[in-house]
Write a protein that binds this ligand. Structure first.
Ligand SMILES: Cc1cc2nc3c(=O)[nH]c(=O)nc-3n(C[C@H](O)[C@H](O)[C@H](O)COP(=O)(O)O)c2cc1C
Length: 437
């Protein structure tokens, strides 16, 4: 387990109630995709299990003309989290926002507002985005390196904005009619390559000082960016050996930045299928695989791999090595592409296996089994220093979230691996992170 300040696992719950492959099921609640209620139910399940946080990604475009892709067009996450802040008390709320397609001043306001409304429970999943250029006036998506360069300056600006109000700036002195002390609110006068921002922010310092920084981006540049800034690293890993190497590598990079590696939690995504018996779990998993639309998923894989053509390859054949790109040459998602290139090259995966890995879990790890087996998997990865916890995504929608909370979490608690009660009020408290000075 992670050494140092905190021996507990950290667990996030993916904020969704409907698996993309199951929306056509007559019993699904697909009509409620844009309603608050099902998300409240997920949040309540997570909070009852004392999970660290709800977490969810966000995209910036609708991949037309694919009529199946309703999921790409659902609620904007930070707005949804504002509603959930009012319906929950303790669980952390982690939302995704792009440094490429937002401005630091806007996002600093939004996240500060959310942190106030939730009494300090907000985390920001910082992404540089894989798409969105068509909506924001670019001919092409800015290059990988440029996106990360802008992201660094973005972090510098928002951090200065959140710090622009000193902790004791708000006075509320009714007698003298002084709401805040102007001497304790400072301009930032930032002049950089990408941004010019005078500041100060027009909202008081957030309760956590600033939101918890979560980072998602697996490439070399992404790892260096995580080493500089992240307090949680959200990553896609589906092989324990590779996850261990990633874990060691990121923690080493964090130390090289002079930061405490024990205060950076590495949380791979984990798609979980839970059955009452091993046989039932296997059957549920098989059903999960049977729902994959191979044709559509192949198109997604082709696009992830930079536009290769795999249409002539039989599902049970291997993808010839010469068809696989150098991940480093890809602009959008080189880190994620590498996972599939490795599966094909090193593990000899057939096209069918690649599509199953993409179609069920987007390259994240998967586990199916009884609650004990799922708990064993989590314990094994954490014990092997492949993870400090997981961002859990139940394959069975809301029912799966309930099973995880009611059947798996108690086992982790009995094994002394997970908290039985929240000990603090903020996301920073749940993660064992000190206040921001
Ligand atoms: C686990 C994980 C989750 C991500 N989630 C999102 C997301 O929700 N929205 C988004 O625009 N990008 C997301 N990204 C992509 C990031 O924008 C990332 O910056 C991009 O993939 C390029 O960096 P990389 O090659 O370092 O992974 C995610 C990446 C990873 C690794």
């Amino acid at each position: 387990m992670s050494k140092g300040h905190d021996r507990h696992l950290h667990l996030g719950l993916w904020l969704t109630f409907l698996d993309a492959a199951e929306w056509r099921d007559p019993a699904s609640r697909a009509e409620e995709l844009n309603s608050l209620q099902p998300y409240v139910e997920v949040a309540e399940i997570g909070e009852r299990a004392k999970l660290d946080a709800l977490i969810r990604g966000d995209g910036l475009g609708l991949p037309l003309p694919d009529p199946e892709q309703a999921f790409a067009g659902s609620l904007e996450i930070l707005t949804l989290l504002a509603a959930l802040a009012a319906r929950t008390e303790r669980i952390g709320l982690i939302g995704t926002a792009s440094t490429t397609f937002t401005e630091p001043y806007n996002l600093a306001r939004t996240l500060a507002t959310l942190d106030h409304l939730s009494n300090g429970r907000v985390g920001w999943n910082i992404v540089t985005s894989i798409a969105g250029e068509e909506q924001f006036g670019y001919d092409e998506i800015p290059g990988h390196e440029e996106r990360y360069e802008r992201a660094d300056e973005f972090i510098e600006v928002v951090s200065k904005l959140w710090a622009s109000w000193e902790p004791d700036a708000v006075l509320v002195d009714r007698e003298n009619g002084v709401f805040f002390d102007p001497d304790k609110i400072n301009t930032i006068d930032h002049h950089g390559k990408h941004f010019r921002v005078a500041g100060p922010l027009n909202i008081a310092r957030p309760p956590q000082g600033r939101p918890v920084f979560v980072q998602a981006g697996d490439s070399e540049k992404g790892r260096d960016f995580a080493a500089r800034h992240a307090e949680i690293v959200f990553t896609a890993q589906n092989d324990i050996g590779k996850a261990q190497a990633f874990y060691r590598d990121v923690k080493r990079r964090v130390e090289r930045q002079g930061r405490d590696a024990a205060r950076v939690s590495i949380l791979p995504g984990l798609v979980v299928t839970i059955g009452g018996s091993e046989a039932e779990a296997q059957e549920l998993h098989d059903r999960f695989l049977a729902r994959i639309d191979y044709e559509r998923t192949r198109r997604n894989l082709e696009s992830l791999l930079g536009g290769v053509d795999l249409s002539d390859i039989d599902l049970d054949e291997r993808v010839p090595e010469e068809r696989l790109p150098e991940a480093g040459a890809l602009t959008r998602q080189p880190g994620r592409a590498q996972i599939f290139i490795d599966l094909a090259k090193e593990k000899g995966a057939t096209l069918r296996r690649l599509l199953q890995a993409l179609g069920t879990a987007h390259g994240h790890g998967r586990v199916f089994g009884t609650p004990e087996q799922v708990a064993d998997h989590i314990q094994r990865w954490a014990g092997a220093r492949a993870a400090d916890g997981f961002a859990v995504s139940p394959a069975q929608g809301l029912a799966g979230a309930r099973l995880f909370a009611d059947e798996v979490v108690p086992i982790l608690q009995d094994r002394g691996l997970f908290r039985r009660e929240y000990t603090g009020g903020t996301l920073r408290d749940h993660l064992g992170l000190p206040p921001v000075p």
